[in-house]
Design a protein around this ligand. Structure first.
Ligand SMILES: [Zn+2]
Length: 451
């Protein structure tokens, strides 16, 4: 141990996930573009895909036909006939999936268009400007064609005065005591928040922890109770094992990072399972912050993603730079290897895992990094099919999104057609041939390399 550093600095060498959020929200109040009146446009007439391998959100159906009309799936399965009055796409050799759901992002600027460009049709935003809530809530209900993903959002996150989220020179509503929790939650719901996100980064009894204050444990419990009393999910940002325990003991519905200071212990696995809580590990952002040098001749996973010929043409120049950048700090707490092992233990112990990237933090890119997250989840021991569920039906079920995450009659026709079989090789999700949002074809944007 280095005697020249204070105990708290020595232990808090790697608040990477906390920093990740800090970095991400730096652009928080650059507003999303106004979606305008696109919700008034009529839905696309429809199409069918025949003889396709279908991943319906839960399982694979071979030689299926899927029929889409007026923005919705009207039939899907092996015995379905292709109608004569619609264009029919030959699905042989391909797999049709639900549009993907990224369960942890932060959105501003062109985020929702960048996201859709990679077949991610819905995002769960874990902290951003509540300003666009109302318009985005209206458009996400419509079945009109659109050029951006749908957003469900926490809006502001729960934090204390001076806590993280407050440092951007704009007013952020804070709270410090349990008594304030019900009114704080009511204010978020009045703004249009879909769920409640709480940043919980307390210092330990020894004073170990981040160099900024946090919601305390009684306030955490009061926020969780207030959210759940209003039939809303309470999800918690943690980065260390002990706060992860405490968040679950407070009744959190989910943890939106896997902690990364130590590998998950059996008690955490048991507690998460007993409480029915999910974990969204955000391995892609941990990979982006891991300072471990790659093996000689190897490249970092994020840089490999940017170099993938199935991915690179569709990344903006800024996204390429973001994926290729070195870890932004030398903080050592966050090691991908330990996080992978924690996910392996949680998954093996029966804890539900959701796929989320934490884009656009350093080392990540909207849309693309969800494909990286899927690959990392398979490295952590999920089967490709389980990883696909973690990015489709599982987040839809957990967040109450009843019209998406599956391919079935009545579902919104958010669809992704890829070459090959991602239920055998997860990297096939990147081999995108077509994307549909609300049953309308999405024209993918390509970005030429800088000369
Ligand atoms: Zn985040």
């Amino acid at each position: 141990m280095d005697g020249t550093t204070t105990p708290h600095r020595r232990a808090w060498r790697g608040p990477a996930v906390a920093l990740a959020v800090l970095a991400a929200v730096a652009g928080l109040f650059l507003a999303l573009p106004e979606p305008g009146d696109e919700r008034l446009a009529p839905p696309a007439p429809g199409f069918a895909v025949r003889d396709v391998r279908l991943f319906d959100g839960e399982r694979v159906v071979e030689a299926a036909t899927v029929v889409v009309r007026q923005g919705r799936v009207v039939a899907a399965g092996a015995g379905v006939a292709a109608p004569a009055d619609l264009p029919v796409i030959d699905g042989r050799g391909r797999t049709l999936l639900p549009g993907l759901i990224d369960a942890h992002v932060h959105t501003w600027g062109d985020a929702l268009a960048e996201t859709l460009n990679f077949g991610v049709t819905t995002v769960l935003d874990m902290f951003s400007d509540p300003g666009p809530h109302r318009e985005l809530r209206r458009t996400r209900e419509a079945l009109s064609p659109r050029a951006h993903a749908d957003r469900f959002s926490a809006g502001h996150l729960a934090t204390v005065p001076g806590g993280h989220g407050t440092q951007f020179g704009v007013p952020v509503p804070t709270l410090s005591t349990p008594a304030e929790a019900p009114a704080w939650v009511d204010a978020r719901l009045a703004e249009g928040s879909d769920f409640i996100k709480i940043a919980y980064e307390p210092r330990s009894a020894e004073g170990l922890g981040p160099p900024f204050p946090s919601i305390d444990r009684p306030t955490l419990a009061a926020l969780v109770a207030a959210a759940q009393a209003r039939q809303r999910l309470a999800v918690v940002h943690v980065s260390r094992l002990v706060p992860a325990h405490e968040a679950l003991q407070a009744g959190a519905d989910g943890l939106v990072h896997v902690h990364a200071d130590r590998v998950a212990d059996a008690e955490l696995v048991q507690l998460a399972r007993a409480r029915g809580a999910f974990v969204t590990p955000t391995l892609a952002v941990i990979a982006g912050f891991d300072p471990t040098p790659p093996a000689p001749g190897a490249r970092r996973g994020n840089a490999l993603l940017a170099a993938d010929p199935a991915v690179r043409p569709y990344l903006t120049p800024e996204q390429r730079r973001g994926l290729e950048q070195a870890p932004p700090t030398r903080l050592v707490m966050f090691r991908l290897a330990g996080a992978l092992e924690s996910v392996r233990r949680l998954h093996a112990g029966g804890v539900e895992i959701l796929a989320g990237s934490d884009a656009p933090n350093p080392g990540t890119a909207h849309g693309a990094s969800l494909h990286h997250e899927l690959e990392l989840l398979v490295q952590a021991g999920l089967s490709p099919l389980q990883a696909l569920r973690a990015a489709t039906s599982a987040p839809a079920r957990r967040f109450g999104l009843t019209d998406r995450g599956r391919v079935a009659a009545g579902q919104r026709a958010d669809l992704l057609l890829v070459a090959g079989d991602p239920s055998a090789d997860i990297r096939a999700t990147r081999a995108i041939e077509r994307i549909w949002k609300n049953g309308a074809a999405v024209e993918r944007r390509r970005y030429p390399e800088a000369p």
